[in-house]
Design a protein around this ligand. Structure first.
Ligand SMILES: Cc1ncc(COP(=O)(O)OP(=O)(O)O)c(N)n1
Ligand SMILES: Cc1nc(C(=O)O)sc1CCOP(=O)(O)O
Ligand SMILES: [Mg+2]
Length: 206
């Protein structure tokens, strides 16, 4: 499936609880998000597979791919479009072997050494960050700032998405640093109007 990293929504069930996770994603699609990642550190595999299947049905025909965070078995069982893994998660080789050549596979990168060691031939994109410290990921690595982002994005042969503490006002700086887009949780999840929150990232287009 073709993909566009411009505005990549990562879900957080707790933050979305008031508005509802599916309603948040639906509204964010109307607001222009281009990718969705289902991320849930607390759900059982069964719960996550059921949630992924509901999202996959909802996204059908939208052109927005569904990526699963961490769990290869969930990605496989739900027929999601891809998987995002971090440095300590399932190996990229195993993910590619299991999901096949058409799956969208992303890897988190925080340092030049991680980029150098990344199996680029097996990957579709990289997530670069955190740009800033964030409360959305308790065990996040050292923030890299826009200078670190620019270094990694320019050294990288793959499409890249910046992540970590980013808001709509950072879109221009992220693009100027050379990344293809922004990945966010709290700038959309838990916002009173997720559609408007997503639209705000594209105010330059208006
Ligand atoms: C697009 C994107 N980039 C980075 C991450 C972080 O992945 P990881 O380091 O595995 O951390 P967790 O999300 O699993 O806590 C991501 N999920 N998505
Ligand atoms: C899931 C995640 N990964 C990160 C990384 O640096 O790899 S930062 C992060 C949380 C992003 O949430 P928010 O947009 O609310 O800051
Ligand atoms: Mg992970």
């Amino acid at each position: 499936m073709p993909f566009d990293l411009s505005l990549y929504l990562i879900t957080d069930a707790e933050l979305c609880a008031e508005f509802g996770l599916e309603k948040t994603v639906e509204a964010a699609i109307q607001g222009g998000i281009t990718m969705v990642q289902l991320r849930d550190k607390y759900a059982s595999d069964e719960q996550m597979i059921a949630q992924a299947k509901r999202l996959k049905a909802m996204l059908s025909g939208s052109g927005v791919p569904l990526i699963i965070n961490d769990r290869l078995n969930v990605a496989l069982a739900s027929q999601a479009d891809g998987l995002h893994v971090g440095q300590s998660d399932t190996a990229v080789q195993e993910a590619r072997n299991t999901l096949g050549q058409h799956a969208i596979i992303g890897l988190s990168i925080n340092t030049p050494a991680q980029l150098q060691e990344a199996p680029v031939e097996l990957l579709n994109y990289v997530g670069l960050g955190p740009v800033f410290a964030t409360g959305s990921k308790q065990d996040h690595a050292q923030p890299i700032g826009f200078d670190g982002l620019a270094w990694l994005a320019n050294a990288c042969q793959l499409p890249s998405v910046a992540i970590g503490g980013l808001k709509a006002e950072h879109m221009a700086q992220v693009k100027a640093a050379g990344a293809n887009g922004i990945a966010v949780i709290s700038a959309i999840c838990g916002q009173p109007d997720p559609r408007l929150a997503a639209q705000a990232f594209f105010h330059d287009r208006l």
